[in-house]
Design a binder for this molecule. Structure first.
Ligand code: MCA
Ligand code: AMP
Length: 507
């Protein structure tokens, strides 16, 4: 096949007049109109000098055009590097430098700040705004609406998604055409998507969940999406009747349940609710079923692997579990010390292997070797066990990671900023339970001797460097950090001490 990803997900819709996107303002995009935009963008990025294998870094708002850019990269053989719209210029600078992006796309509001960054790393800059306008669109407008698809192999790279690390340095996960395509085809069948499906899409499209899981499955099925800019409770309730399926993070489901308008009647026509990116509490699963009669289907994945496991479509969807390894995916529980497989039922690290597993971290061979074994098994950093019926449970994390509202936050990255501030001897950043986001960020600061660090100034400094979702929701001064005999900070002790900080005072 000439270009597996493009030909299978996009090219098959050539001339398809069916609706692909239903927009919030009542307008819609047919597959055909979408593909024409994809082709025009493929010409526009090629005209910017991009050749197959080059990286295109895009920090752009969710829009049909932003999605078309993903298609354009696939068609032109360019590596798509979508970036969280919350990232600060400090954060973006690293991604642009590290990826060696040839073109940086941003909203016009960010252009001034980013131009010098892009220029200093030899990248060009163009704009694509939330309403679809911008210099890239202006150029695309004049281009033909057909583009000769670039030939690619399954192993050619389709996307880089940056994922933070325990050292505080982000790593570019290299995803191939085959990684993305194989997972989309598996999920299509496993979750029984068809062209009749209408997916309520309120996730961001710069991460795996909203971009690959949601969008690729709909493209593969030939279905359509109610394409919303973000999660807004009123809009979700208003648009649910027009959808058949929803994919969301647990916060979506707790927020829906918090509203009395979210009833059995409102959801009676729905076919499927999928949850992932963070643990769905068994209480939420139960409350959801009690309210709607639907059992949420929970699945488990990662940026590096796409989706690994899923509860069954037809069989029992078991609360508190992430179901079975997907067809084609091998999963084992191993001893973190030896890497040997553990007996069934034991808790250990989750390792996965399959066509979904990424190609490694961009220009970080040592990091890749630490996490991706030579036999193809990827060490996820999650801890899990398998119950006697084969259901996988994610019971914790071996990696120091906070998941807030589905966004991953690596404490080390925040600690590095805090430790640098005047009067700070050291810090520990932990995740504590939060009623809306599942977990949220708490920063504990140990002052230097006789110093009184200015917490407001520290918070302001963190705000300048780090995306909003990573900001500590609270900073506290404490005398010292608990340490074990090896001198390692005992974050589990801190998590226990501060566990009720953000929970409603229910006792
Ligand atoms: C927004 N804020 C957040 C978050 N989102 N803070 C912490 N964690 C967050 N997730 C900030 C806002 O900037 C705002 O700041 C304040 O918190 C309150 O925002 P609010 O309006 O309540 O939030 P929202 O805009 O409604 O967003 C919440 C959200 C959103 C809907 C849960 O974060 C979201 O869509 N999350 C999904 C993330 C996702 O797609 N993850 C998938 C990663 P201020 O107070 O200053 O205004 S892919 C993945 O994990 C793997 C592969 C997988 O398995 O899927
Ligand atoms: P990311 O690096 O953003 O791809 O996030 C991947 C991480 O999210 C995984 O390693 C897990 O820790 C977590 N995760 C994703 N889905 C689930 C789930 N259903 N239950 C528990 N954790 C999950």
């Amino acid at each position: 096949m000439a270009n597996p990803l493009y030909d299978t997900l996009f090219g098959t819709h050539d001339g398809n007049e069916a609706t692909f996107l239903h927009m919030q303002d009542g307008t819609s995009w047919s597959y055909d109109a979408f593909l024409r935009k994809v082709a025009q963008f493929a010409h526009a990025i090629t005209a910017e000098g991009l050749v197959p294998g080059d990286r295109l870094a895009a920090q752009i708002e969710k829009s049909p055009e932003a999605l078309a850019l993903y298609g354009a990269c696939a068609q032109a053989g360019v590596v798509f590097l979508p970036l969280n719209t919350g990232y600060t210029v400090d954060e973006l600078t690293y991604f642009i430098e590290n990826s060696g992006a040839k073109l940086v796309l941003c909203d016009v509001a960010k252009k001034k700040e980013l131009t010098s960054v892009a220029e200093s790393y030899g990248a060009r800059i163009a704009t694509l705004n939330s309403d679809g306008s911008g210099t890239l669109s202006d150029n695309a407008q004049t281009m033909p609406d057909r583009f000769e698809t670039v030939s690619c192999d399954q192993d050619d790279l389709a996307a880089f998604l940056y994922t933070s690390g325990t050292t505080g340095r982000s790593k570019g996960a290299m995803l191939s055409q085959g990684n993305l395509l194989s997972n989309a085809q598996t999920l299509l069948e496993y979750w029984q998507f068809t062209s009749k499906d209408v997916l309520l899409h309120a996730l961001p499209i710069f991460h795996t969940h909203g971009l690959f899981v949601a969008t690729n499955v709909i493209l593969a099925a030939g279905g359509s999406m109610v394409f919303l800019p973000k999660f807004d409770l009123d809009v979700m309730i208003d648009r649910l009747p027009s959808a058949t399926t929803l994919m969301g993070v647990p916060t979506f489901y707790t927020r829906l349940l918090s509203d009395d308008r979210f009833t059995k009647e409102l959801t009676s026509h729905m076919r499927l609710f999928v949850s992932g990116s963070a643990p769905l509490l068994a209480e939420t699963h139960t409350a959801f079923e009690a309210r709607t009669g639907h059992r949420i289907l929970e699945r488990y994945g990662m940026t590096e692997t796409n989706m690994n496991t899923s509860n069954p479509y037809d069989g029992e969807r078991r609360a508190g579990t992430v179901g079975f390894p997907l067809p084609g995916v091998e999963l084992k529980i191993t001893d973190p010390a030896t890497g040997n497989a553990l007996p069934q039922g034991d808790i250990g690290q989750i390792e996965v292997r399959g066509p979904n597993v990424f190609k490694g971290y961009w220009q970080m061979p040592e990091k890749t070797a630490e996490e991706l074994r030579s036999d193809g098994f990827f060490i996820t950093g999650d801890l899990g066990q398998i119950d006697p019926d084969g259901y996988v449970q994610v019971v914790g994390r071996d990696k120091d990671l906070i998941i807030s509202g589905g966004y991953n936050i690596y404490p080390k990255e925040i600690e590095l900023v805090l430790d640098d501030q005047p009067g700070v001897l050291e810090s520990a950043v932990i995740g504590v339970p939060h009623p809306d986001f599942g977990e949220t960020v708490l920063a504990l600061i140990v002052p230097e001797k006789n110093a009184a660090p200015d917490l407001d100034a520290i918070a302001a400094r963190a705000a300048k460097s780090l995306a909003r979702f990573k900001h500590p929701r609270k900073l506290l001064i404490i005398d010292s950090l608990p340490r074990n005999t090896m001198g390692k900070v005992q974050k589990n002790v801190l998590r226990q001490t501060y566990k009720d900080m953000f929970e409603p005072a229910s006792g």
